[in-house]
Design a protein. Structure first.
Length: 208
């Protein structure tokens, strides 16, 4: 990510934090749907306690995971977003750049990207994620499909593109699916064309 794009993204997130998603033409599924905030728990074991959420935003998902026994650290570039997350009771919040994670190596069991990967060039970010994950640690990604009407600075990728970048970054894809999300359920669908959200679960390769 260039310095100019980084600054623009940070300012965009700051505006969202101040005005709220409900006053924007866009939204995040994890903030809108409580069913999606509970859904990730089925994707990793009870032994996987230490969770890093990159691009945690206003903290709805992270607060849910904390309440259900995970130890979540939320990272965001935007101080105002972190203030909002703090008002939800989150305490382990860090303002920082995903390209240079301010954590020691091999500390996290799971890294989440809750609809946030579109704000990053994944190469340098995945290198840092591999460093801070424990052996065979996992990444869980939700992202917008390529035809989703997101904000203009969000880089949309297909499942195939995400899987390729994960492989190049030292991760093995375990599951992937296009999803639809409603107030009552999160369901896989046959095609990205009919999805509202993409899901990928990957594991750190043994040699990383």
């Amino acid at each position: 990510m260039s310095k100019q794009r980084f600054s623009y993204t940070k300012e965009f997130c700051r505006r969202i934090a101040i005005t709220g998603w409900n006053k924007r033409p866009y939204f995040t599924y994890s903030s809108r749907y409580s069913v999606l905030r509970r859904w990730p728990l089925a994707k990793f074991s009870t032994r996987q306690k230490m969770v890093l959420s990159i691009g945690c935003g206003s903290g709805e998902l992270e607060s849910e995971l904390n309440q259900r026994g995970r130890k979540v650290v939320g990272l965001d570039i935007c101080f105002e977003m972190l203030q909002t997350a703090g008002r939800r009771g989150l305490r382990n919040l860090v303002q920082g750049d995903a390209r240079n994670l301010p954590f020691r190596s091999s500390v996290f069991d799971v890294v989440l990207f809750p609809e946030s990967i579109g704000y990053f060039e994944l190469g340098p970010v995945l290198a840092e994620v591999a460093r801070v994950l424990k052996a065979r640690g996992r990444i869980l990604i939700t992202a917008y499909p390529t035809d989703f009407a997101s904000d203009s600075i969000y880089k949309k990728r297909s499942l195939q593109e995400i899987a390729r970048e994960l492989d190049e970054g030292g991760f093995r894809v375990i599951e992937q699916s296009p999803l639809t999300v409603s107030n009552k359920s999160v369901k896989p669908v046959a095609s990205e064309e009919y999805s509202g959200l993409l899901y990928v679960l990957a594991e750190k390769k043994a040699n990383k």
